[in-house]
Design a protein around this ligand. Structure first.
Ligand code: SAH
Ligand code: SF4
Length: 410
């Protein structure tokens, strides 16, 4: 049996350097850049570089936008509304490349995980992130990443143990959605011009919801996340409304208000503890932005209302944060904030000393939260067999490389 707080000894010692503890690598743009991920204005500029007459650029940019984000065109030849000359000039200077899939795994429950290889490497290690698709009866949720690794080091999170860190570009963020639609065949067919206006029901997209809950802390890569999500939400393109996009943060307080103003997505906050003492150890960023400041930022989140609640994520760690007193304190703490509470069974990973709370404890915890008036869904773990569940995302290559080194007798 695990005694309460038995895991304390295994927490890393408090370190003031918990933010950006690892150096940030830089992104080197390829010689022939991809148009996927450019804003409309950047597309207009790109057309200027191939000498499309100025008066035509906006219209051409709009056409390319449609081909990229409604039809999912995978090359310039497919863009038949552009003249041959423009298509060939584009092909000489640009690509429509998406991030490259290095591996795909499909879980017994239908969850798919893609290991995505991005340009760049450090010490021979490629930059990689994971992206997970979770199909459900009435929706399909894509969990996307914002950084290779994470500069933070929450003690229960596998991603936090990864040494390599790089911010994804806006194109790499929107590119994950493009790539998922490619893989799932989720593009609008050419004969279906305006599905919403055709009189019939709007077709349900396979990718209908986005959660920014993969690798990385999105609010530490603010501009790229904002610009990437603007492409994802654009009504004339990928068209996934901001109400169906949820950004999860571990609590980067100064950027929460900014996210409300400039991104406008739904917000999820990784709370995980009800006292600063415990949260300091589980989510070390709490030492910089303690609970009071975090909850004030939530209270003031632009647009928050009973119809647009903030989701509070709470990972269930056996003997650490799962007592009934914790549940009651959680309810008191969130009083006055339009909130949903999402209880996440801890997903173990190799080398962790945390354990998941048992079902009865989770049930009792959830009852207290429910009786206080909160919907308290317990997130069903998905894709556990392929290490695709929350917090387990970590580049496979570090493991593969270690194996290769062993095999080579290093
Ligand atoms: N960095 C952001 C978003 C990515 S993590 C954040 O921390 O919010 C997405 C969610 O998974 C967070 O709530 C995170 O705390 C949780 N998580 C991390 N590791 C986990 C694990 N091993 N089991 C269950 N949830 C975990
Ligand atoms: Fe980073 Fe989120 Fe993992 Fe914490 S839980 S280490 S913020 S990815």
């Amino acid at each position: 049996m695990t005694a309460p707080l038995a895991a304390t000894e295994t927490f890393p010692a408090a370190s003031p350097a918990f933010v950006e503890k690892r150096p940030l690598a830089t992104y080197l743009a390829p010689a022939q850049p991809s148009l996927v991920g450019l804003s409309r204005d950047q597309l207009v500029q790109a057309l200027g570089t191939i000498e499309v007459p100025e008066r035509q650029r906006r219209m051409r940019a709009q056409q390319i936008w449609h081909w990229l984000y409604v039809r999912g065109a995978q090359n310039f030849d497919a863009m038949t509304t552009l003249s041959k000359d423009v298509r060939s000039a584009l092909a000489q200077r640009f690509t429509v490349a998406r991030p490259e899939i290095a591996a795909e795994q499909i879980s017994v429950d239908g969850t798919r995980k893609w290991l995505i290889r991005l340009p760049g490497e450090i010490d021979g290690a490629p930059h990689e992130v994971e992206c997970v698709y979770i199909p459900e009866a009435d929706r399909g949720t894509l969990c996307i990443s914002s950084q290779v690794g994470c500069t933070l080091n929450c003690t229960f999170c596998h991603t936090g143990t990864q040494r390599l860190v790089r911010n994804l570009t806006a194109g790499e963020i929107a590119g994950q959605v493009v790539l998922a639609r490619d893989q799932l065949g989720d593009w609008t067919p050419t004969n279906e011009q305006q599905p919403a206006q055709a009189g019939g029901e709007k077709r349900t997209r396979l990718v209908s919801n986005i959660v920014m809950m993969g690798m990385g802390e999105p609010l530490y890569n603010f501009e790229a996340v904002r610009d990437g999500l603007a492409i994802v939400a654009d009504g004339e393109g990928l068209s996934i409304s901001k109400r169906r996009i949820t950004l999860s943060t571990s609590g980067v307080v100064p950027n929460i208000a900014r996210a409300g103003a400039e991104i406008g997505s739904m917000l999820a906050v990784s709370l995980h503890a009800v006292t600063d003492e415990l949260r300091d150890r589980l989510v070390p960023l709490n030492r910089k932005y303690p609970l009071r400041e975090l909850l004030d930022a939530c209270r003031n989140y632009p647009g928050v209302s009973n119809a647009r609640r903030i989701t509070f994520e709470y990972v269930m760690l056996k003997g650490v944060n799962d007592s009934l007193a914790d549940a009651k304190a959680l309810v008191r703490l969130l009083k006055g904030i339009p909130a949903k509470i999402n209880l996440i069974p801890f997903n173990p990973w190799p080398g962790t000393s945390f354990e998941c709370s048992d079902d009865a404890t989770i049930g009792a915890f959830s009852d207290i939260v429910f009786n206080a008036g909160y919907a308290s869904p317990v997130r069903t773990p998905r894709g556990r067999d392929i290490l695709a569940a929350c917090g387990q995302l970590k580049s496979e290559t570090e493991k593969l490389r270690a194996r290769a080194l062993l095999a080579a007798g290093a």
